[in-house]
Design a protein. Sequence first.
Length: 486
Amino acid sequence: MDRLELAQRKYQQIAPGPLELDEEKSDEIEAWLRKYVVPLVSDLQRNPAFRRYVKFGVERLAAETDVPERQQVVAVSNALVACASEVARLGDRDEFRDLMRDRDLLQELNERKYGTSSLQEVTEEPKAEEDTRCIAEKMVEQPWFDLVMSLDFPYLEDHLFVASDDSSFDDAFTKFRPNIPVLGDGITRMLFARIDFWVHHLKGVWNQMLVRIMKTSDDPHGEYEPFFMTMIHLDKCVENLKATCLSGDDGRMRDACCTLMQVYIAYHPRPELPWLVLREDIYQAKAGILGLEFRRLFELIEYNQVDARTIQESGRRQASIVVMDAIQQVLAAIDDVAELYRRELSPEEIINEARTQHRLVVVTKPRLVFWDAVELGINWNRKSASWEMLLHLAAHAEQLDGIDQYDLSGVMDNRALSVRKFNLCKHLRNAEVGSPAAQLAAHLEKVPRGECYIDLQPSEVKVLDLERLGADEWTVDRNEFSSIQN
């Protein structure tokens, strides 16, 4: 019986029945989280796929890198600004100026029901120094730092992440935002909550303009083509990002892995997560807040059994009780990760994990080299002497060491070592200027009449020998790494 099955069986033994949930039963369930779920998550953290699911928001959405997911976030941000600019341009014209105002859902519902003559809230005249532009106009200046915030995990920051000190943004977001669940992939959820907010206010004006254009223009698509095209482009960018983040099973798996990670942070006595790319003081500070997602103060209604068919309320009091919706989410997450927990890691998964953690990764069989996560696309089987040198350089670099002529076969003196290094650099620089292979070549150094070495820290280099897992030219799918073989 593994830890996952043990956790599931233990919960079945302590699961509360109808009217059984009280402080004592809550203590049992919290003990189950500490003694059974936390050790399960400790095991799961050794799985590279689990770590990738947890870090998706930080590494693929929020990171300032050129990964496709980040490019899609930037594309949405740029599309919002472009569409807002077109709306603001039309809003400067007399025939549209009256439409440049913020509307809330309650106002829209009132106007649909009672018409524009319905009673409106009495508002004070704005002060002279106040920015009276509507949110759609303000979006032209891109008031947000970013659409993504890495600190939304492990606990939601729950704000717009704007650069402006304009309080109207936060006030409007507070009225607009749904009740966003804390447990799960908070970074992705808050990303789309922010996007939905900006799109909502933009389309509030855009849709009114559209109605007026269709009523007054003889050739709306010709006369207002940029107006239509910028919104079409924005919708396409948002849909592309949603397809990447929310379609298929990956979204469900990220939610499951993040939920279990939050249990670990909340209930481990001192969580240590060097792989999470998050400062220790941050997730330790949020551990206590996370605990409130699993247990809170509720009004407990107590009953007495009157007879075989009748119960009667005997009293009410405040009690600290586990949140059963959260516990059910934890149980569902355990079910979701069962296959991930039990299956043996493939060589491809181990390689993928290594190339996201180290600048240089050298795989012994099949012969593969990665620089900054990119497979170099060199057929090392045809360049055995250069391969031998690079493999020895990487292995010694892990120990902050270099190699000399005695480490390589067929190298009798220092001159032959220099020739070997020259040939290796030539193979690497055969790629285009600035390519990953050429960048690696720039880190190969040789001391005059001395050793060769790679100018990297030991933590930046990894040599993988996966032969014990049956890894070779036939069993490892090189296409998994998008390589182009020369």
